[in-house]
Write a new protein. Sequence first.
Length: 94
Amino acid sequence: MPKPAPRSEIRDRIAEQNEDAVVLEPAILDAAIVGMTSDGRVVYDRTKIVDVLLEDTPKATREEIEEHVSFNTEGSLPSMGEYAPVLVEFFGPP
C-alpha cells in the first residue's frame, strides 16, 4: 500500500483541482481523504474519520465519536455549500 501524501501536499493537490473545495478540520482528518469527485468535492472515508478521531481522543468511546461525526460533521454538510465534502462508507476492502 502506498504511503499517504503529507497533509500539506494533499491540501495543495486539492487546491490545484478546486480552490473552493471544503476541507474538514482539524487537519488530522486529512488522513481520511480518499480522493475527489469529478465535480471537485473532497471524498473522505467515514470509518477512517472515526478511527482518527478515536485515536486523537482516547477517552471517548467509538459510540461517542460516531455520534459526533453524525451530528457535527454529516449534519453540517448541507450548510457547507456547493463543494461540501462527501463522506463514504466502504463495505469491504478497497
